[in-house]
Design a protein around this ligand. Structure first.
Ligand code: PRX
Length: 651
């Protein structure tokens, strides 16, 4: 593992006094004291968080068991939707506050106050009940960022139905796989979405995905685009608006045990099959409330925009559950951030007076590419916080955010988290922690992070190793849906009693953590986590392919892009056509975001004596044009020369 050069710098930037004074934690000493207390007496910290939320029956035990078989507030009863919606709708100071602003890509606008949200959510919860859904049943949701998507998800939480959001950019094949794996009884979708001016017919994709799947009893369709012909299957498909018309706005919340499953979200792992990560409702609520409060400093008067798509967990952590539990006013947006003009994001920030933005490094790099003059042509003085998650935030992008977008005064908060951690165990506490450009900040309260070597021994500062979490925390994934064995193997077999993140990291002498990248076969493309194995198994299904290996290549905009090395069957010859077909195969099986940037046809692959492809060498060849590292593991060293020659040949 290499140590990045920028780590050597001791650059620090302090939040302004103005920011600090309005922050929940105002200096480093306060953070350190509270952190120490939260590690030594986690129950004290989490009890205080619980005091700020509403339980329907709160028992005195905060934790029972140990990693991985633990419970958080066992036998206590609460309801997530009650905390995110009703608690505010019943409060005269929040009732008529906007909970969600929404803007569609074509510029249409809408919003819901907390009182309106309570009404809509209750009505839809009654729709779900009338269709016979029971606590614990799974519903698959295939929708883009819409107000109705939030209504649907909160309605599920209201009556204990477990939802699974599937990113609306996934293909029919990927959607089918998730519907089948989660045993969904109901699919809820929008008829279409807008993306870069194009209409994406989501309902058509659902119809394709459901061919041959008989576990799904109904499909509820929200007509995002009214005058679009949308195929409806009689008896199975139901219209959202029609159902809502006849539904009562009175729907009591269902008390749920704090550890009962709340949501299910699939992510890529090291094998070809996506993992259905199960989060407990109660733990997710308490944890995401705490992350949103302390890492984003959310205040009632803030206008906060989180650009994440609802298909990714970031939206659930920082908007749907954490953000709403904090009573925030959040902006949701349907489309591409630079469409129909490059300044769309800045323009919306100016128009809605957004003072806190949460986005991804890819989006920030895109803004940087569009240049400083663009940023300067908008009025952005009110921006106080720019947060980021999903991939490394390179120091160049960090400085652009601070100096240009943030007008030299905004706090930049690069957070680190995973679908499995259900939140961001690493981040800055914006008013308390001095910023180090590119670092992921410091451990969050109650999270004992560590960096270890191959034997699980803790490493000193400034030494790269595996990032692990030694303490239990409320948002840690509780299971992989239907596969407990895989859950235990993937995360808890490497270091007994600790959670293995699959990332490498380094801690500097200031206590900041720097996440360096994955140590497994997962690559991060524009923040989308893709399993190279999943791509390889799609490629292998093409009749022309004998062998395939996918690796990530650094990209200045997307962070990483996938490149596929492919060996063809002798009956086929190398051509542009086959390369296009293979790219298309990935798009069909996974989605357009996973399309390889290049297909490199080779006759040989570097392999170990046991026949495993050494992807590390393919990565090195791509990046440097050579292999300088250790080659002793190779079965046949001559392979490298052949490979290098073949990579030079034109298609
Ligand atoms: O490798 C890390 C990278 O993204 C992975 C998690 O991806 P996903 O589950 O899609 O994220 C959901 C976010 C709630 C991690 O294992 N990653 C995430 N944040 C950072 C990061 N890598 C470097 N720096 C970050 N700030």
């Amino acid at each position: 593992m290499e140590i990045p050069v920028f780590l050597a710098s001791d650059e620090h930037y302090h939040p302004s006094d103005k920011y600090r004074n309005s922050s929940y934690i105002q200096n480093m000493q306060e953070y350190l004291q509270l952190y120490q207390e939260s590690i030594e007496h986690p129950e004290q910290f989490w009890n205080r968080i619980a005091d700020e939320l509403r339980f329907l029956d709160r028992k005195s035990t905060v934790w029972s068991g140990s990693m991985p078989d633990f419970s958080f507030f066992p036998e206590s009863l609460l309801n997530v939707c009650d905390n995110c919606v009703d608690r505010h709708a019943e409060n005269p100071a929040f009732r008529n506050k906007v909970a969600l602003f929404w803007e569609g890509e074509p510029g249409d606008k809408d919003c819901l106050t907390y009182a309106m949200l309570q009404q809509q959510v209750s009505k839809f919860a009654n729709v779900l009940r009338s269709l016979g859904l029971q606590p614990g049943d799974v519903v698959s949701v295939y929708m883009q960022n819409l107000l109705e998507t939030y209504v649907v998800l909160l309605a599920c939480l209201r009556i204990g139905v477990v939802y699974n959001t599937v990113f609306a950019g996934f293909s029919a094949e990927a959607l089918r796989e998730r519907i089948v794996a989660s045993k969904a009884k109901l699919v809820i979708c929008s008829n279409a979405s807008y993306r870069r001016g194009k209409v994406l017919p989501l309902k058509d994709t659902v119809d394709l995905a459901l061919q041959g799947v008989d576990s799904v009893e109904h499909v509820i369709v929200f007509r995002r685009i009214q005058n679009l012909a949308t195929p409806m299957t009689t008896g199975r498909d139901l219209d959202y608006e029609e159902l809502m018309k006849g539904s009562s706005p009175d729907c009591p919340v269902t008390p749920m045990e704090a550890n009962a499953p709340g949501l299910l979200i699939f992510t890529s792992g090291t094998s070809g099959k996506p993992k259905g990560i199960v989060h407990a409702g109660g733990g997710f609520l308490l944890g995401t409330y705490a992350y949103s409060k302390y890492q984003l400093d959310l205040q009632p008067q803030d206008i906060y925009w989180n650009t994440a798509d609802i298909g990714w967990l970031t939206s659930h952590i920082f908007v749907l559950v954490g953000g709403l539990a904090m009573g925030a006013t959040t902006l949701l947006y349907e489309g591409a951030l630079d469409y129909p003009y490059t300044g769309r994001l800045y323009e919306m920030i100016e128009r809605y007076q957004v003072n806190k933005l949460f986005s991804a490094p890819t989006a920030y790099r895109m803004l940087m590419k569009h240049g400083e003059d663009l940023a300067k042509s908008y009025q952005l003085d009110h921006v106080q916080l720019l947060a980021s998650v999903g991939e490394p935030l390179n120091p160049e992008a960090w400085h652009f955010l601070r100096r240009v977008f943030g007008q030299g005064q905004a706090v930049i908060n690069n957070t680190w988290g995973q679908t499995e951690t259900g939140g961001t165990p690493l981040a800055s506490l914006p008013g308390a922690v001095a910023m180090r450009p590119g670092s992921c900040g410091v451990p969050f309260f109650g999270h004992h992070l560590d960096i270890v070597d191959q034997n699980g021994c803790s490493l000193p500062d400034n030494t790269p190793g595996f990032l692990v979490i030694r303490s239990i925390f409320p948002t840690l994934a509780r299971d992989i849906f239907g596969d407990r064995h895989r859950y235990l193997q993937s995360y808890f077999s490497q270091l007994p009693g600790a959670y293995f993140t699959g990332d490498s990291a380094i801690r500097d002498s200031f206590g900041h953590y720097w996440v360096l990248g994955r140590v497994d076969d997962v690559i991060n493309v524009s923040g989308h986590r893709i399993s190279t194995m999943e791509m390889e198994s799609a490629l292998i299904q093409h009749p022309a392919v004998v062998e395939a290996a996918v690796v990530g290549e650094p990209d200045s905009l997307k962070g990483m892009v996938p490149v596929a090395f492919v060996t063809l069957d002798k009956a086929y010859s190398v051509s542009e056509n086959i390369a296009d077909e293979l790219k298309e195969k990935i798009v069909q099986d996974i989605g357009a975001f996973a399309r390889p940037s290049q297909i490199l046809f080779v006759d040989v692959m570097p392999k170990t004596r046991s026949g495993k492809i050494i992807r590390r060498m393919l990565r090195e060849i791509l990046q440097t044009g050579d292999v300088k590292g250790d080659v002793t593991g190779l079965e046949d060293v001559d392979v490298l020369e052949t490979l290098l020659e073949q990579m030079q040949r034109p298609l």
